[in-house]
Design a protein around this ligand. Sequence first.
Ligand code: ZN
Length: 458
Amino acid sequence: MGTRHEQPGQTPLEPELFGRRFYLHLAAGAFCLLALTAGLAFLETKVPAAAAPSIIQVTGATTPSATARLGSQHGRGGLPLPSLVTRSIQVGEGDTLMALLVSAGAAPEDASEAVQALAAIYNPRSLKVGQQITVTFAAEDGDYDTQRLVDVTVSADVDRKVLASRMLSPDDSFSGQEQRQELTPGLSRFSGFIDDSLFEAAGRAGLPPAVTAELIRLYSFDVDFQRDIHPGDTFEVKVERWFDGDGRPAKDGAITYASLTLSGVTHQLWRFQPPKGEIDYFDSAGSSVRKALLKTPIDGARITSGFGMRQHPLLGYTKMHKGLDFGASTGTPIMAAGDGSVAFAGDKGTYGRYVQLKHPAGFATAYAHMSRIAVKRGQSVRQGQIIGYVGTTGRSTGPHLHYEVLAGDKQVNPAGLKLPTGHKLAGAELASFQAARLAIDTAPTQTPVVTAVRETDR
Ligand SMILES: [Zn+2]
């Protein structure tokens, strides 16, 4: 994700900071300035950026506005002018701020001064892989050997930058400053056709993977992600999103609305916090999407697409096969379909590694062929808790979860199971939900432009 500081022609410095004193100081001080002719290309080819593996892009530029100001202030007097060159660095594995600055071209003593100035407002040890750092050098034209570090800006957070700058200081030392950025909240809308899996279709529409995972989790109460998704099905999602000053997405929030149309049937849900309850998702009638059992008791994002997969039979519930199979790679987390306790956990003949959970209301669920079991007999489990991992133990042709629902000791078809719905809003709560729902439905949304590259070998 870019920041405004990567744009050529801009530096992290406020125009007001380009004070006369600084430039006079530069001119008179530590290094000898030569005549100015914009030598950008020359500078860029000479700067030994390739020596630093962490530098992924070099966006050097003289700053037109700065040059103009300099021209007006010093040009007449014949004083030489510095060129400003700005570079963006991305933090890599094991990088330290000090080492990054030096590899970007800063003199070690300058880098050390800058780090010290930053340390007062930012812990350099909290640098993370992928974080953006912008460095600005003042260089005499054509004499890159004398380039001098004048500014270091670290994107500490999506809405916070810290900078150490010589230009803020009248005495040529670095001084630290914090810049907060106001983020603007918005609502982004993503939609598309599902022609393989929801996870992949959502990814192509630009939905971040973490949001897609949440979307799938929300629908796992109602949707069997192995059998209910078909080519031509569609989805729509609205997600809270904050934008930076340049209108670029800075961070994502919660899903406020989602809709899945599966085989012509539309399943909608809205996010709502009842006045005296916790945030939850409700359908148009005000019923919580939560059910006593998950329909997909596995990480739905990792289910092998039902209509693309040929390795497993992916059997439905029949007289011969009294369970449902979910195809997923070995190690995919398996979740407790509902709250309950572990009635069995261990090897069970053709079932391989097997867990059975007892739930209130007299039914049980069973999970077979696991590669690893993550619970012990007698233990209580919560709905969604990981109880084991997909494998192919016992009589199995490939990694998958064999899932059964039992009433008494008899397997029953999970698809035909009548489950009590969760919390249902009524009265004032329902009215408040309907108002919130209308607000979500009518709020302006922004649809990200996605330049998706489709795999051609599918
Ligand atoms: Zn099976």
